[in-house]
Design a protein. Sequence first.
Length: 165
Amino acid sequence: MDCRRDHPYAAYNRVQFDVITAQGADVWSRVEVRLREVFESINIIRQCLQKMPDGSLKLEIRNEIPSGRIGLSSVEAPRGESHHFVITGENNRPRRWRVRAPTYQNLQGVPAMIKDQQLADMTITLGSIDPCFSCTDRLETIELKSGAAKVWSHSELFNLVRRSR
């Protein structure tokens, strides 16, 4: 799935591009895809520059955006699909904006990626999905003996760090 192809937005329905994939499911395949995507992005940019109309690039919103409207959008980001949910508020400002960054979805595959690997390979395997940990804003630990899971809040982590100093 690729949002640009399957649900075109912006100018993606006006340019030709390939959705880059690879056969493997390893670090090398993920690096290959990222590198090939760079060249495909250059191709897309060149097409956009050729087709860009003359005039201002800035769009001024002149009308009030009604409060209470709901919007949902998915866009293709370098790390994968980025989902945005917004509820409009007063004075052309959002009342709520929730982003589900690609890293959150990508991290779900890490257990399968590291299965039967050496501990030393963990860093490069995790790095191959180019995680943005600040985008996920979550931390979960699992107690190995009991299997109990705990999701830590920001304040709990902050207090834990302060106690360890």
